[in-house]
Design a binder for this molecule. Structure first.
Ligand SMILES: *Cc1c(COP(=O)(O)O)cnc(C)c1O
Length: 401
């Protein structure tokens, strides 16, 4: 893991010694998200991709308000998945015109809030058309709407499939023409289409293929649309390497594919802006989870470090958030970065369950009580995707550094 500097054997998140940062935070465990790492990722992506591609942050990946505020200054829009996230995005100063709202089961009150805020709603059912139309009439405000399509393909080799086959997300492509007709009759302000075929893919071919299929589908359905297609949100699904053997995505083929689609769009969807919405790709590698060794035990031949953090703050790192086989996230002793790894170590959390494993038989430097265990690649689906109440351990803190 080279995204954070090391100095005198200590990791330097935000340019600060990890031990000093821990003292400043006032406790372990905590998450730290690096501004320079966040900025660098967006910059790299902008440099690689065609300038016309609009970049959105899907804040479900990390909804920490300070981080959302920081990301808002770097990207072209923010995608929210609830009225709660909508509030955070608006509080962060994101313009309503740059916010879109997707997710199954949007409650009536949430749809009303979206209309009142003036954000784009990605419609995922026939019911949402009616509720939006009522909200629009009651408030005397236009309802901005796009259709989230459940495509007839999926993102191959992805960690989570979110399109294709039967899904609770979006409207099946074969039902979309009827839905578009309803939207027209209901007087919704149609703006475009949204697709999200899958998440955490490390295959450029699979991503490029899904982008092409998504584009083709939008072209086909645009013939049924009540108005011009102004936005086509192609999703993304770009993954990050978590485990040994994972290869970092090459951006060039994805950039070339997007350039091809922009060329095709000139003729087939001339008024359409193409959007990518990315969550983990933008933030995962900018985050670390820091926890302190509370106990060091030898059980039979196995060395255990028991830390004050674990599954209750970082479910994903323990392999319990959508992984089929548990694999180790990259883990280090953050205050012993210059000590050679010599001991086969299992790092566990304080919860009384065999699920609470942060590293399973990983080669680490010799560590003692008080040392700081760092879990890398922790900027996405960490704090907000973990069962904090489990066993009533103390809460974690999140800082932007
Ligand atoms: C979860 C989600 C994302 C973000 O997925 P990542 O894998 O974090 O990039 C984007 N869009 C939608 C609709 C989602 O549900």
């Amino acid at each position: 893991m080279t995204q954070f500097a090391v100095s005198h054997g200590e990791l330097m998140p935000g340019g600060e010694r990890l031990s000093t940062l821990a003292a400043r935070v006032g406790q372990t465990p905590f998450y730290a998200y690096g501004r320079s790492q966040l900025r660098q990722r967006v910059t790299e992506l902008r440099q690689a991709l065609p300038a016309k591609i609009r970049l959105h942050y899907a804040m479900k990946a990390n909804p920490m308000p300070a981080l959302v505020g920081f990301m808002a200054g770097l990207v072209d829009g923010v995608d929210v998945a609830s009225a709660g996230e909508l509030k955070i995005a608006l509080d962060a100063g994101v313009s309503p015109k740059d916010i879109s709202f997707a997710g199954p089961g949007k409650r009536d009150a949430e749809l009303r809030q979206a209309v009142a805020a003036g954000v784009l709603v990605n419609i995922e059912s026939f019911r949402e058309v009616d509720v939006l139309a009522h909200a629009s009439q009651a408030l005397g405000l236009p309802a901005r709407a796009a259709v989230r399509i459940n495509p007839d393909f999926e993102l191959k080799s992805s960690g989570m499939k979110m399109g294709g086959g039967a899904k609770p997300f979006g409207v099946d492509v074969e039902q979309v023409p009827a839905l578009l007709a309803n939207m027209g009759r209901a007087g919704l302000h149609f703006e475009g289409f949204h697709l999200y075929p899958g998440s955490q893919s490390l295959s450029t071919e699979a991503i490029c293929e899904a982008l092409q299929h998504s584009f083709d589908l939008a072209v086909r359905l645009s013939q049924h649309a009540p108005d011009k297609v102004r936005v086509l949100n192609l999703g993304g699904g770009l993954g990050v390497p978590y485990f040994p053997g994972d290869q970092r995505l090459e951006l060039k083929p994805i950039a070339d594919q997007l350039e091809r689609l922009l060329q095709l769009a000139k003729a087939q969807l001339p008024q359409t802006a193409l959007v990518l919405e990315l969550g983990r790709y933008l933030v995962a590698e900018a985050g670390i989870y820091v926890t302190r060794v509370v106990d060091r035990k030898l059980s039979r031949d196995q060395l255990y470090l028991v830390t004050d953090g674990g599954l209750h703050h970082h479910l994903a790192a323990t392999g319990n958030f959508g992984q089929v086989l548990r694999k180790n996230y990259p883990v280090a002793i953050g205050n012993k970065m210059d000590v050679p790894a010599s001991q086969l170590t299992t790092v566990v959390g304080p919860s009384c369950t065999p699920l609470d494993v942060l590293a399973d038989r990983l080669l680490l430097p010799e560590a003692q009580v008080g040392d700081l265990v760092v879990v890398f690649q922790s900027g996405a689906y960490g704090a907000s995707a973990s069962p904090h109440q489990f066993l009533a351990h103390p809460a974690c803190v999140e800082v932007l550094v």
